[in-house]
Design a protein around this ligand. Sequence first.
Ligand code: ATP
Length: 316
Amino acid sequence: MSDNALPIHGWDKDPILTVEHLFMRFGGLVAVNDLSFRVGRGDITALIGPNGAGKTTVFNCITGFYKPSEGRLILGHGRAPTAEELDAVTLNGERGLSSSDAGVYLLERMPDYKVSGEAKVARTFQNIRLFSGMTVLENLMVAQHNALMTASGYSLKGLLGLPSWTTAQKDATERAKYWLDKVGLTERADDPAGDLPYGAQRRLEIARAMCSGPILLCLDEPAAGLNPRESLELNELLRAIRAEHGTSILLIEHDMSVVMEISDHVVVLDYGTKISDGTPEAVKHDPRVVAAYLGVDEDAVEAVEAVLDEATGAQS
Ligand SMILES: Nc1ncnc2c1ncn2[C@@H]1O[C@H](COP(=O)(O)OP(=O)(O)OP(=O)(O)O)[C@@H](O)[C@H]1O
């Protein structure tokens, strides 16, 4: 490579998700403005930016809660789709195309339940959305409701107690127990989810998302409201999900220490427009990023400067 050549990043070589020219308009407000970026397969990618930058709107477009005004959202199962496969799906008006070793899905054409069920993209929300009156274990079983309904032939096989149904039910229970253990909540399995402390509810939300077997996990501010010890545990959990399950992770996060600590790739938005895209190291030294945060308020200025100083000090 010559000195002038730009490095080729993993997210460019093997993207699991490619966001192309995404626009989202609410009346006259352009919340997302011609946004393009890639999420690398097996990477932890952070989407950051000041309040109101458009991060949650991007998540809502990716996960089928909003239909984008314009743009293409390409998800590749197994490997990045070839140009021919992509053209075939785009031109024939289909939502997706799958073969034995790969699949390509155009998420902007899919409703939310198909984004989770078929494209295998799971998400958590900025405000916790558990079924607080149900037990911790029941929350994880409900997450697998669609798969269980399919296995039960929409009740008939379940009523008859056919083997395919009993096996599916056993698998769902095992999966729920596995994730309870992973997030350290086995002891609380029979307690109402609403009785858990805040940090445990956040972990349960991640466990619930993982029970649907996603290939891409989208987390909206997973560290919000966590104390420093819980933040460290969250970092470990996300690393384990990536390492042991190969799940790619896209997260929105305001906590810069979490972002800089665990991300492979950071994309920065301001007023709906991408202002920076690169490694955490490159992004944190990008003057456009610092300026965007400095433009928010004094608390943000101090927070950004403190993280920059700490990160720079740690390296020198
Ligand atoms: N359903 C909606 N209708 C109208 N405007 C909306 C809607 N959803 C979001 N917006 C607007 O779009 C812009 C981006 O909002 P969004 O919630 O995506 O930002 P954000 O970066 O996630 O902010 P935060 O960090 O505060 O959560 C804001 O101006 C917001 O008011």
